[in-house]
Design a protein. Sequence first.
Length: 308
Amino acid sequence: MDLAALQTTLRQFAAERNWQPFHTPKNLAMALMVEAAELAEIFQWMTPEQSQSACADHVTREQVADELADVLLYLVQLADRAGIDLKRAVGRKLVKNSKKYPPLRPGLPAGASGPDTVNTHVLVDWENVQPSDADVRTLVPDVTDVWLFHGPAQTNVGARHASFGDRATPVKIARAGKNALDFHLSFYMGYIAARHPDARFVVISNDKGYLPMLEHASELGFAARHLGFTAPRRGLKAPAKKKAAPKKTSAKKAAPTTEEAAGTKTSARKMVATAPARPAPTPGKGPKVKEAAKAKQAPLRHRPLRLT
């Protein structure tokens, strides 16, 4: 964290609201104590064991984060008004403490750090892709919060992410329009980043228009990235084959194909083979016999008698 840049931002914030006359070291120190008391109030009636796991609750963790931020902001402003370089002051104080309280067991490992409370916010462009809760967990295993940005006509968006409980937030855009959802998503990411600077961000969309914004966020030190999504095929049935349409017959008789012509010749040969054979002529009944028979049937003519 750049403390000098933070002090400049807080100085401008106070000037724009005309708060600078009230930001005296005395007033800032008192405000710092009040915020520290509000932080202590959260744990006031908890047992030590309960305070250890208090931040596991989403609401309590949000309250603790807000009060810690207020304490830090007043501390930074107090150092600014008092003209104290906070980084150098912290360094010097660590050296003084190490001399005042020498280590009993030098080199002892520090041990495991506290629970990782850094959240991973997944922002889904629901108009572009519709991953299920299982799909989101597969893409981003460390996901803690899901934001579903959808159009006015899309309904029951949060039903597919009920397993996230109150960590899934459907966000309906004000009205449909070109790039309207993109601007909504970018605005919310900036809002979340302002409240949780250490959070991680993942935008799920096949729209690559988010890349310049995410690259800029990465340059500013935020953990932000982009992921595309392709819906897996689950139990898809093969498309039914279309029945072939009946062929249209033309009015003109088509010329016979080679196979049809061969079949016609074969049938003709069969007809010749099966036709009854003509009876063979009987002996002695040739053409001469027929002429003789005709002559016998002809009427007899008177022939002149020969006298011998």
